[in-house]
Design a protein around this ligand. Structure first.
Ligand code: 13P
Length: 249
């Protein structure tokens, strides 16, 4: 079902003490919107974050996971491990994982399958780079990323997927896609889904925008009809800013 979601991707920030502090500050904020709130701390703090938000309307989600069940994959974390501590949602395909850890559409397709097999919800990220946008082929790039990683799935699987369009040139740069650029791409993503899976899947899909979303620009971006929420990096590390974004709906 299509819903509003605002998710904070903490990336590689916050040790245990900072995690505790930020969560207690988040709990003091008042939610006035209907958005689902998620936070994605590092692996080491997931258990603690999960425990300390049990009574709160904040879902703790993972930033990544491996595609195998278990085995000789030093340094990796499996879906089963995440499930065993109560984590039910995972972010996959973030552009930083694609750029710095060689994640490909093919390996991401395997991760998506693995997450769905474990009945996890996936926040699937994708987006073009600046040179793509300048060359005018940003829609082709996005279409390919979605098709390669997701179009082997059946329509039912999309109930467990949230899409996150994050143009690489807007991440951590202070440069945001304009609300119209976000809207155009989100509408294109919905059309791409509709062409393969029909209207219901397309209309029910929750599509988030990510890339320099701040309290000052969230309202305008979220006012666009095909933008269902945000995946927030830097601004999710400050409780007040994050909740100003949550409440921008
Ligand atoms: P910023 O909000 O810091 O640009 O990061 C966006 C992002 O990558 C969220 O996953």
């Amino acid at each position: 079902m299509r819903k509003h979601i605002v998710a904070g991707n903490w990336k590689m920030n916050n040790g245990l003490i900072q995690t505790e502090t930020l969560i207690s500050e988040l709990k003091q904020q008042t939610k006035t919107s209907d958005a689902e709130v998620m936070i994605a701390p590092s692996f080491t703090n997931l258990w603690h974050a999960f425990q300390s938000t049990r009574q709160d309307p904040i879902e703790v989600v993972a930033q990544n996971m491996h595609f195998a069940d278990n085995g000789a994959y030093t340094g990796e974390v499996s879906a089963g491990m995440l499930k065993s501590i109560g984590i039910k949602t995972v972010i996959l395909g973030h552009s930083e994982r694609r750029a710095y850890f060689n994640e490909t559409d093919e390996s991401l397709a395997r991760k998506v399958d693995q997450a769905l097999e474990h009945e996890m919800r996936v926040i699937f990220c994708f987006g073009e780079e600046l040179f793509n946008r300048k060359a005018g082929n940003h829609e082709d790039i996005v279409e390919r990323q979605i098709k390669n990683a997701l179009f082997h799935l059946d329509a039912d699987a999309f109930k467990h997927i949230v899409l996150a369009y994050e143009p690489v040139w807007a991440i951590g740069t202070g440069e945001t896609a304009t609300p119209d650029q976000a809207q155009d791409m989100h509408a294109f993503i919905r059309q791409t889904l509709e062409a393969k899976y029909g209207k219901d899947v397309a209309n029910d899909m929750t599509i988030l925008y990510g890339g320099s979303v701040k309290p000052a620009n969230a309202k305008e971006i979220f006012s666009k009809p095909d933008v269902d929420g945000g995946l927030i990096g830097g601004a999710s590390l400050k409780a007040e800013d994050f909740f100003a974004i949550v409440n921008a709906f």
